[in-house]
Write a protein that binds this ligand. Structure first.
Ligand code: SF4
Ligand code: SF4
Length: 301
């Protein structure tokens, strides 16, 4: 079986207990206006192009065995109807102007990467975290990987936005040891405005996991001016406490690496978005503590 993988990070902190291998899968049903990983949005691999780094050597013409690259306006342009994402043009580009985001990987290739770190998991109390994008968008691939990890006694976490059919969530919950569960906004209108999708399924799924007693750690991505007002913070903490979860991770918004959106040919997030101040995060965590929820700040990998 194969799946679409953006990248695999080894020895990652902040994505569950201990040090972990983060298997970052491609494809996401949401389009958060602040997303710092837009290359994870589409399920299939993508080619990124940083125009300012291209020296117009046109070596990539020869690297492409399918003849998918031609010159247009003095630039190398890829015909996406011909390209099969082999990555040869990116591998051969000496300036990194062309990069491939994601690849098709077999289950056994991913497992080989995961098993490489078994000693690290034992030493640090870590394991594997499947994130994205949204890992629940590739349920069969994810389930096969979770199954093997369980057989090998490797701790697994699934980092999800919760936007998935309940049946998929149930099957994953049968095999995953922990969910890291993003909650972005409790107001449905605001959630639609910020992410392009309703939060109803997300909230229903969170309640579903709570009812079955699954291990869940809610994660709150803090985006100044969008979801960090005191009323919303209190509502969110009260919901988390009412579901029986006493701890929560606060994840401060981080700006995307400059040029990432342009390299994908997409518009940048609003320039007004700012990373939160440390003091504001401390205040917010204090408000949560008053609602009986202990918040921990974690940085995005
Ligand atoms: S993308 Fe890379 S290989 Fe192709 S023309 Fe530009 S610098 Fe040369
Ligand atoms: S990824 Fe492969 S097929 Fe696509 S343009 Fe580059 S070399 Fe050609």
């Amino acid at each position: 079986m194969t799946g679409y993988v953006l990248r695999i990070d080894h020895g990652s902190p902040h994505v569950g207990p201990g040090l972990r291998t983060a298997v970052v899968l491609k494809g996401c049903p949401l389009r958060c206006t602040w997303c710092d990983t837009p290359e994870s949005h589409r399920s299939d691999p993508e080619l990124m192009f940083r125009q300012e780094q291209c020296v117009r050597c046109f070596e990539c013409f020869d690297d492409c065995r399918l003849g998918a690259i031609s010159a247009s306006g003095g630039q190398p342009v890829v015909d996406l109807n011909v390209c099969r994402w082999c990555g040869d043009c990116a591998d051969g580009c000496s300036t990194d102007a062309r990069r491939q985001a994601g690849s098709v990987m077999t289950e056994s290739r991913v497992l080989a990467e995961v098993l490489r770190d078994e000693a690290l998991y034992r030493q640090s109390g870590g394991g594997v975290t499947f994130s994205g994008g949204e890992p629940l968008l590739q349920p069969d691939f994810l389930l096969r990987l979770l199954e093997t990890c369980r057989e090998r006694g490797i701790h697994t976490a699934v980092d999800t936005c919760g936007a998935a059919p309940a049946g998929v969530l149930d099957r994953v919950a049968d095999l995953a040891d922990l969910f890291l569960y993003d909650l972005k906004h409790l107001d449905d209108g605001e959630h639609r405005r910020m992410t392009g999708a309703s939060n109803r399924e997300i909230l229903d799924n969170l309640r579903r996991l709570a009812r079955r007693g699954a291990a869940v750690r809610v994660r709150f991505p803090v985006v100044p001016g969008m979801n960090d007002d005191a009323v919303h913070v209190r509502r969110l903490a009260e919901l988390v406490a009412s579901l029986g979860f006493r701890e929560l991770d606060v994840v401060p918004y981080r700006r995307p690496v400059p040029g990432t959106y342009e390299a994908l040919g997409r518009p940048n997030p609003p320039a007004a978005l700012q990373e939160p101040e440390a003091e504001a995060i401390a205040d917010l965590m204090h408000q949560m503590a008053e609602c009986g929820v202990r918040a921990t700040m974690v940085r995005r990998a």
